[in-house]
Design a protein around this ligand. Structure first.
Ligand SMILES: [Zn+2]
Length: 430
């Protein structure tokens, strides 16, 4: 399977928007005044750090300035003093010192070309690769690196045509065209709130499980791969100086931008890119997470290699992965038992026969496949683990949750349970 065939790249969970070339270029004439925040992008032409630029754009929209009361403030202050002293010692211009301080505050990495990884330079409103001369555009200030895989142009057009006062909640039915969002407003609000709470639980579980193996790698910059409509970003934005949300699906990212704006998450950057070709330099993230993504990756070793590349030394990766050989529950995408036990070449035909549906874009890994892909990239610095079932099922009986935790507490017993357990956690360290 080619990378382009993955559901991640097809927008399985929702993703973002570009201003230029393929997906929905400027030439399409789509409305630009949707009220969607420009605060999540990075105005390359200004040279300003992204967090600062984001705050400025929010102010333009009438939002009060955000006070980023994050724990890095003292460290930043010390670095700023050092920057001033260093600048003074080198007799540089005051403007350069200011830029140096601002770049310290901004923790977002500079983008690189996802094809050749050379730096980008501003070329008008576009970015141009200094290595291969490819150009990249924005949509609603979201950089778009793989417009050909940006998802449904029809859904994107609908999202971008939404009135400026539309809220994140208003956009969700457009991003969930299958009717998942309740029609009644109060129920829809509860549904949306539960999605964010669920992602909060994921983050807590990831941190808990990874902390059993390795110390925290720092809270400077995090990345969520497959951030979709943004449900997982608030938790990361609370904990990290800066957060980068990556998804291949442009419409979902436009929705995520609305959430980021409503919650005034001034430290979040959104970017449309493939998980297999991340537009970041090497070794930049303290933490990378991927929720409901690994099961849509057709070349998991390549996927983990990219994560390994962008993780800082000792940086942590956490993701979950539905087990191909889940013995207890139906396959979650098509609600069929035992699909994973068939040879891969027969799965699509079986699903079409039973459900009349296409089974493209799903590639569940077994425990052994997941562990092998991790080990080839991370060596001994990785682990497949049982999840905390309360993350998925908050109302699960306490006895069940305790049973799973007791299995997890004993590595040898856990290893016996993993081959048939519904979901795995993939944990790794850079
Ligand atoms: Zn390039």
């Amino acid at each position: 399977m080619s990378l382009g065939a993955t559901a991640v790249e097809q927008g399985c969970r929702g993703r973002q928007g570009c201003r230029g070339r393929a997906g929905l270029p400027r030439s399409t004439g789509l409305p630009r005044s949707t009220g969607l925040p420009r605060s999540t992008g990075l105005p390359r032409s200004t040279g300003l750090p992204r967090a600062r630029a984001a705050a400025g754009e929010q102010a333009e929209q009438g939002c009060p300035p955000v006070e980023p009361a994050r724990p890095g403030t003292i460290l930043f202050t010390l670095k700023a003093v050092r920057a001033i002293l260093t600048g003074t010692a080198r007799a540089v211009r005051p403007s350069q010192i200011v830029l140096q301080i601002m770049s310290l505050e901004s923790k977002a990495p500079e983008f690189v070309c996802p094809q050749c990884r050379a730096p980008l330079r501003a070329a008008g409103a576009r970015s141009e690769c200094t290595g291969c001369s490819r150009t990249y555009d924005d949509t609603l200030a979201i950089p778009v690196f793989h417009p050909e895989r940006a998802g449904s142009s029809e859904i994107l057009a609908r999202v971008m045509a939404a009135p400026s006062q539309a809220t994140w909640l208003d956009l969700l039915p457009l991003l969930h065209p299958k009717g998942n969002v309740p029609a009644e407003p109060a129920q829809a609000q509860r549904w949306a709130d539960e999605r964010i709470l669920r992602h909060d639980r994921f983050y807590e579980m990831f941190r808990r499980r990874s902390s059993e193996l390795w110390p925290d790698a720092g809270r400077r910059i995090a990345c969520e791969i497959g951030c979709g409509r943004g449900d997982g970003l608030p938790a990361l934005a609370r904990d990290f100086d800066h957060v980068v949300g990556v998804d291949v699906n442009l419409p979902s990212l436009v929705g995520a931008a609305k959430l980021v704006s409503e919650r005034r998450l001034s430290n979040v950057t959104l970017v449309q890119a493939s998980a297999h070709e991340l537009p970041f330099p090497d070794r930049v993230f303290d933490y990378v997470q991927a929720i409901n993504v690994i099961e849509h990756v057709f070349r998991p070793e390549h996927f983990f290699a990219e994560i390994k590349r962008v993780l800082a030394p000792k940086g942590i990766f956490c993701g979950d992965s539905r087990n191909r050989f889940d013995a207890f529950f139906p396959e979650p995408h098509v609600q069929l038992m035992w699909v994973g036990f068939l040879p891969r070449r027969l799965m699509g035909s079986y699903v079409r026969l039973r459900k009349g549906r296409n089974y493209g874009g799903v590639h569940l890994l077994s425990y052994f496949e997941l562990e092998r892909a991790l080990r080839r990239n991370f060596g001994a610095e990785c682990r497949v683990s049982l999840p905390d079932v309360r993350t998925y099922l908050p109302n699960v009986p306490a006895a069940t949750a305790r049973l799973v935790e007791s299995l997890h507490a004993s590595p040898r017993i856990e290893r016996l349970a993993l081959p048939v357990f519904p979901t795995h956690l993939a944990l790794a360290r850079g």
